[in-house]
Ligand binder design. Structure first.
Ligand code: GTP
Ligand code: MG
Length: 347
């Protein structure tokens, strides 16, 4: 899973990036972190495997929006590659940026961000329409397809001109397919991160200022969390207790992103490896097999499925099976979160 921190200049993106990735801020502007999963640790306790593998999260730290027009194309291009955007909104007073106001204004910042996304999408749509309008006049192989694309984009252009976002438009599957490659910013799954000061913020009041339509909101005390991420584990726990922080920023962000993107995990367990695999909620056993290997999907026979709690209670796959906790499921079976699966296959 790939997501990044985006926002206005000085909103706290790089601080949150350090909090989530443990980076000291000097390396690459993206980092792959492991998705915390206690279930993998428990499985490892049973199997003592050579390797434990967690799901991965590629976290990006992006530049501020609206600083440098010449860089904007590259910045929006980078945002289009991400699966989700974490919009960072400054909730601490700061005069670190002379071109910005020191006061906090969540509603205004959100408005600025949304309108920047709308403008970026509008320009992309308009450029493509200009090209297509010439192209559809020529009898090329792609003429029919081009006409369809032109029709969808014309619809989107109207929507954006009216001050709405692409995700406000009802599109059918064929239309969605035609525009998928654009990675439109007003269509990206988004969550808001309210970057709170170390103390004294009215979290409920700030949350209330986030516009409707964004259901995923996290409030994180960015600089405290960045400091915690730089400590060794024992000190970090003590620090968290002092500040009443139950779950570190990384865990909360990952959980929120999984919810936003409709993802969950199934598990595999054995002496070689205990591992979490990320799949869309609702993915079938057949599709899930494909996340491990295309051969396992192609040669799929049956999925041997044991719920995590039953496997742990029995002390292993074999014992859980002997106790009657294993089910054999077919291709269409919808895998549930945390199920431990062994795929039977033959190629
Ligand atoms: N009080 C307080 N200050 C913070 C917090 N987060 C960031 N800052 C300060 O705000 C300034 C900007 O923080 P950054 O994390 O660099 O912000 P950014 O969004 O990455 O900035 P750009 O990349 O330049 O757009 C720095 O001086 C930080 O120390 C916070 O949670 N509380
Ligand atoms: Mg930064």
């Amino acid at each position: 899973m790939k997501a990044g921190f985006v926002g206005l200049p000085g909103s706290g993106k790089s601080t949150l990036f350090r909090a989530v990735t443990g980076s000291d801020g000097t390396g690459d502007p993206f980092r792959t972190v492991e998705v915390p999963d206690q279930r993998i640790d428990q499985l490892a306790g049973i199997y003592n495997p050579k390797k434990s593998t967690y799901a991965k999260f590629e976290c990006h730290d992006l530049a501020g929006i609206g600083v440098d027009d010449r860089q904007e194309g590259r910045l929006f291009g980078a945002m289009r590659q991400l699966e989700a955007l974490a919009l960072v909104v400054r909730c601490f007073e700061s005069d670190a940026y002379p071109y910005d106001r020191p006061e906090i204004d969540v509603a205004k910042d959100m408005e600025d961000l949304v309108s920047a996304f709308q403008v970026a999408d509008f320009m992309m749509v308009e450029n493509r329409i200009d090209k297509l309008e010439k192209q559809v006049l020529k009898p090329t192989k792609t003429q029919d397809q081009d006409k369809k694309e032109l029709a969808v984009l014309t619809k989107l252009k109207g929507v954006l001109e009216g001050g709405s976002s692409i995700d406000d438009v009802a599109l059918n599957d064929a239309e969605e397919e035609l525009i998928r490659g654009f990675g439109f910013l007003t269509q990206k799954p988004k969550l808001v991160v309210l970057d709170l000061p170390d103390e004294g913020a009215d979290e409920a009041a700030l949350r209330a200022l986030v516009p409707d339509g964004i259901d995923h909101v996290l409030a994180i005390r960015g600089s405290i969390e960045a400091e915690i991420a730089s400590l060794d584990p024992a000190d970090a726990l003590e620090f968290m207790a002092d500040y009443g922080i139950e779950r570190p920023a990384r865990d909360r962000l990952v959980a929120e992103l999984y919810g936003l993107l409709g993802l969950h995990s199934f598990l595999t367990a054995g002496e070689d490896e205990c591992r979490a695999w990320t799949i869309p909620q609702g993915a079938s056993a057949h599709e899930s097999a494909g996340t491990i290997h295309s051969d396992i999907q192609r040669g799929f026979i049956r999925a041997e499925v044991i719920p995590f709690v039953d496997l742990v209670a029995a002390g292993g796959f074999k014992d859980a099976k002997a106790a009657g906790h294993m089910r054999l499921e077919g291709k269409e079976y919808r895998v549930a979160d945390g199920e431990v699966i062994n795929f039977r296959f033959s190629v």
